[in-house]
Design a protein around this ligand. Structure first.
Ligand code: AMP
Ligand code: ZN
Length: 458
């Protein structure tokens, strides 16, 4: 039996989907105005592990990830500039090009991390009519009021507002004064539709019964989740920062429109920190997967690294700890290769231990310990191999793709080629520098008569 920590109850609960064969799962996706950082990516690795665990338990999973390409403003309180339009201005591109470019970059990151794509990718700008329909429903039921810059949801009409975040609404009122929209009835009210500014032409805007404009950020997730997964979804996931505003507002809109519970299990992943601070785009302290690759790390090292902490704990990122993870990952790959290529049978005892851990609110560090126990056990190599390949359905480390040849990462192979070019041109210093670089990455180049040969450092 799978058990998950539900943010709504703040307890670990038995997981019971509405339909015992298929689980519906919505994961809040990225705002595509910049590259995702490895903090964001940790949250998507969590979604992937959760999905794989569900599949491991025999469920089909209908999984939606949204792409926020409009409506996410730079300021809280529905003020500020649209992040996509701002990026377009700074990069001198169209808002549509910005969204497309960073969506592609995001999907490429997921692929490198062995993250299984969702059943449905849902883009906010492809669902404007669904969002307008949802506002109409809310308007008919009396939850919406209009002020000069848009239509707002009246949170005072939804008595359960704040149930997810256990908000202290009085405290919020004071905090909200810092950046207040004076026309709002309550500080927690939020925009469902914002009007285009009169003095400036927006690149992304649509006609609506209330005037030209664009949807508020939270609306898309309610509209798309209900469209693809029904009024009540089994699981909705994201990072913990989404609890007090984004997810709280999603609940308010969705439950007011449908009269039903919006989400049965809320799963939230904690932050990646860097030097004790949350990694975030606005803090400018972020690292992308591409940066890690440029520094010579295989993206899967990051996936492996993220499995070393429970998803509800903070992950203190440092290059030292990433290097340690890389060492263990290399060791794991080597040990796996040493098992040979013969498959045997999955060891039931190890499988049970592994499954108990993953089903205990995704206890991945403990599940990884079972992996090392399998290596150490007295099982036959072929049985070890099959057992680990079974585990890898959840771990997603691509063990079945590891072969003696492919162990050298692309980057190392490329460096070896570069060194050959340098040697042919008799640029000895450069060739030597490249050899050192390869050495730093954990490989020795041995010059054989047939050409260079790569050997791993023990
Ligand atoms: P965004 O693109 O900013 O909308 O964020 C995409 C996802 O990443 C959301 O689920 C966020 O909650 C999550 N997220 C943002 N910052 C971090 C962080 N430092 N560590 C882990 N997850 C994060
Ligand atoms: Zn969302």
């Amino acid at each position: 039996m799978l058990r998950l920590f539900n943010t709504l109850s703040r307890t670990i609960e038995d997981f019971k989907p509405q339909n015992d064969k298929e689980v519906t799962f919505y994961a809040c996706g990225p705002t595509v105005y910049d590259f995702a950082h490895i903090g964001n990516l940790r949250t998507f690795i969590l979604g992937d592990i959760l999905k794989r665990v569900l599949v491991f338990n025999g469920y089909n999973v209908k999984h939606v990830i949204n792409i926020t390409d409009v409506g996410h403003l730079t300021g809280d309180q529905d003020l500020g500039e649209d992040k996509i339009e701002k990026s377009a201005r700074l990069e001198s591109k169209s808002a549509w090009d910005i969204a497309e470019f960073y969506t592609k970059a995001f999907k490429a990151d997921l692929e490198k991390l062995n993250i299984v794509p969702p059943t449905i990718w849902a883009k906010a700008t492809d669902h404007i009519s669904e969002q307008i329909e949802l506002i109409k429903q809310l308007e008919t039921k009396g939850f919406i009021y209009k002020i000069s810059d848009g239509l707002y949801f009246d949170t005072a009409k939804f008595p359960d507002y704040g149930k997810l975040a256990r908000l202290n609404l009085e405290g919020q009122e004071e905090g909200a004064r810092v950046e207040a929209n004076n026309e709002k009835k309550n500080p927690t009210d939020f925009a469902v539709w914002k009007f285009s500014p009169v003095d400036k032409q927006r690149q992304m805007e649509w006609d609506s019964p209330w005037g030209k404009g664009f949807p508020g950020w939270h609306l898309e997730c309610s509209a798309m989740s209900m469209k693809y997964l029904g009024e009540t979804v089994d699981i909705h996931a994201g990072g913990i920062d989404l609890i007090p505003v984004h997810h709280t507002n999603e609940i308010a809109q969705s439950e007011s429109a449908s009269g039903k519970k919006f989400v049965n299990y809320w799963v939230h992943g904690d932050f990646v920190l860097i030097n004790e601070n949350r990694m975030s785009k606005s803090e400018g302290n972020f690292i992308t997967l591409t940066t890690l690759e440029e520094k010579g790390y295989d993206p899967l090292v990051y996936r492996f690294y993220s499995l070393s902490a429970h998803y509800r704990s903070k992950l203190n990122f440092s290059f030292d700890s990433l290097d340690n993870a890389r060492q263990s990952w290399r060791k794991l790959k080597e040990k796996f290769l040493d098992l040979g290529e013969q498959n045997g049978i999955v060891d039931e005892d190890s499988l049970k231990k592994f499954q108990d851990y993953i089903n205990d609110d995704l206890s991945m560090p403990q599940a990884m310990a079972v992996v090392w126990d399998v290596f150490k056990s007295s099982l036959a190599d072929s049985d070890k191999r099959s057992t680990l390949l079974k585990f890898d359905e959840v771990l997603g480390l691509g063990l079945n793709n590891i072969s003696a040849q492919s162990v050298a990462p692309e980057e190392v192979k490329k460096l070896v080629q570069d060194r050959e070019v340098a040697r042919i041109a008799k640029k000895w210093t450069e060739a030597d520098q490249i050899r050192k670089k390869v050495l730093d990455l954990g490989w020795i180049i041995e010059d054989e008569t047939f050409g260079p040969h790569l050997k791993k450092i023990d």
